[in-house]
Design a protein around this ligand. Structure first.
Ligand SMILES: [Zn+2]
Length: 55
């Protein structure tokens, strides 16, 4: 299904994301900062490959 559901993040903790007015698990504030949708095909980090086990 294609639901255009916006994500929201905590203003203090951008990594904490959820629905609007969800509570941040870190500080308990409401998630009110809208998070722009990121296309999953674009790797902004490029270092997220966990298939490499160098030891
Ligand atoms: Zn927070």
């Amino acid at each position: 299904m294609n639901t255009t559901e916006n994500k929201y993040a905590c203003i203090m903790h951008p990594e904490i994301q959820g629905k609007l007015n969800d509570k941040c698990s870190q500080c308990g504030m409401f998630l009110t900062v809208s998070v722009p949708e990121k296309p999953e095909k674009l790797d902004s980090n490029g270092k997220k490959l966990n298939h490499n086990r160098n030891n």
